[in-house]
Design a protein around this ligand. Sequence first.
Ligand code: ATP
Ligand code: MG
Length: 741
Amino acid sequence: MTSSDILAGLNEQQVEAVTAGEGPVLVLAGPGSGKTRVLTHRIAYLIEKHGVRPWHIMAVTFTNKAAREMENRIVGLLGDSGKIDGLSIGTFHATCARILRREADFTPPFSSSYTIFDTADQLAAMKRALADLNLDPKKNTPNSMLSRVSAVKNELLGPGDVAANDYRAEIFQRVYEHYNSLLRASNARDFDDLLMHTVLLFRNHPDVLERYQRRYPFILVDEFQDTNIAQYTLVGQLVAHHRNLFAVGDPDQSIYAFRGADHRNVQRFRQDFPDTQTILLEQNYRSHQAILDAAMGVIDRNPGRIRKQLFSKDTEGPLLVLKEAYNEDNEAQFIIDTIIDLTNRGEYGMGDFAIMYRTNAQSRALEEAFLRAGIPYRLVGATRFYARREVKDVLAFLRLIHNPSDIVSLQRVINLPPRGIGQKTQQTLDAWAQELDVTSGEALLYLLDEDPEDAPFSGRSRSTLARFAELLRSWLEQRDTLTPVELLSLVLEDTAYLNYLDDGSADGQSRVENVLELRGVASGYDGLDLTTFLEEVSLVADTDTRDDDTQAPTLLTLHSAKGLEFPVVFITGLEEGVLPHSRSIEAVEESADSSAIQEERRLLYVGITRTEQRLYMLYTFRRSLYGYSDTNRPSRFLYDIPESVFEYSDLRQRGQATTDARAYREMTTWAQTTTPRPPRSSKTKPARFKAGTVVWHKKYGEGVVVGSRARGDIEEVNVLFPGGSGEKTIMADFLKPVDQD
Ligand code: ATP
Ligand code: MG
């Protein structure tokens, strides 16, 4: 393999990026234009052409899966896996975790065998911290505290750096401090610590930093628009001397603001490195033009962005389908029918399909439809609906009511939400039940009903046990008269379980949504008994685990679709309140903050641009989500897509489409104009290119300007190219006037 083979199959601009010299390089380009491909080829090129040692290269990807794929591609390009020995490819977190293990001598008290705390561990530590400080976990919920801790860590603020200027801020500072000290005592770091501690290590030990700067003279970062402050700082430290940073990204695809990502880092980069060579990639290789036109329609309405023209040479692809389904079950059925139809025709294999949605709770109806149809599927990025903790919890209550001898369910719920029945009391209960030769549940009811004198419990634990037994007794008495959904609601009410889940964090909110979704499922069993409900649900849950490398349609959230591509894409739930999410709509209504709506737009943009060939967009007339059934209006974003891209559109058939469109336009325009943001120059610069001017374009050669439109800082020029290319609309930056003297 030679370096020219590595460059084969790349277009001119891509070659320019792959072969760019030393110094900071920023590749800014739309989806599917080959950013990831360019980054991959550049690594191969550095190794093959410039003899760069693989261990001198650090590449950062957004997921671990993407890292493995990139590694395989590079091996493919170099033809020998030995040629990448020592190459460092991984996420920021994985890279930092390794550095911290290696440099443990510099980061006391953490040793090289430190633990990485996952979410559950973090929660336990936070609960302990609140308890130690005698703080009421209802007022300062563990999850909301953890979200705040995460946010400040991503901004590299330690406990001493956060303001403590009022009572609540001071409480937070103390909690943060103590939480950290508990982690230290456990020789443990949370996810955000991995980044922050590495930055601090480099800050406090310039000699260590220097070693890494020398070790990694070439740094490449994919999906740069989704870096947070900590990651941006880390990159800055590593490249400070050699300045060989090669970053690729697309600000329009920044969708992780809720994790601290800041797409302004792209702008910051150019300020911090004024000599940055910026390379734009024009052509899209993933999608055909109709898909790109739909994507542009959606994203072009975001304010304050540099407008990009997405173009594909492929103008022949199948037009899009915009379909209204009556409800989420019909939506799922339409998807199944389409998949069966397309595979029967032999056009696609089962692995070619992706079904995307805004929130995890939407996967339930889809999963069930696939199970009913007997089609295996792959679920990305989220715990399967029935495997989720909160869903299991609520089902455990119902199982216990169904069968009070069920010790597994009893153990799961006896202290849920925490009601003071500790591990020791539970053990005593189990031992006592054994003595009585009954199950623990039965012993519990015996304790309540008979109040035996010889029960082995202290006064306090006896009364907490009796109180839980009372709950259970009252549920059992109503078991045969209530429907499954009534029982479920009764349990939620008696235990205040939703309050317990809803701690103000986004994570808590999504758990509540999942329980409400389960309640929606239960409401479908009116007229049937609890036994039937539980049996059917457990059958779904059992067949739920499936082999992941089968060729099967992929179910995934729009967030986890980033960077991926599929021949056929279904985007579901295109309704007001779902996409855009109701939280984002509220932000506009309550505080005129449209930034969340803008992020929803980017999310849909990411979804649309995953498509290679066929895109189906779906909305329902009525959707049951979170246990409520409601009629919905089609998403405002749909009205921004030009009708000409659709082969079939239910929206076109709906008479009121235009009125709705106007209402939405007014609403969004209002939101955008009332949002405080830096004033944009309303004065449009005069067009640089006048009709008749002869210009030169890299690809099309010489042409004549036939018209030009300037909008803000962007000028779009219509050029007629005599060489058979015809008339094109091209951004002024890509044209040079030809001197005609
Ligand atoms: P995203 O913004 O969605 O991450 P991207 O800019 O990273 O997209 P890639 O994933 O690198 O785009 O490329 C999109 C698709 O186009 C891939 O299948 C890639 O192999 C293909 N591709 C890119 N450049 C070329 C080219 N010059 N010739 C043929 N195919 C190409
Ligand atoms: Mg990419």
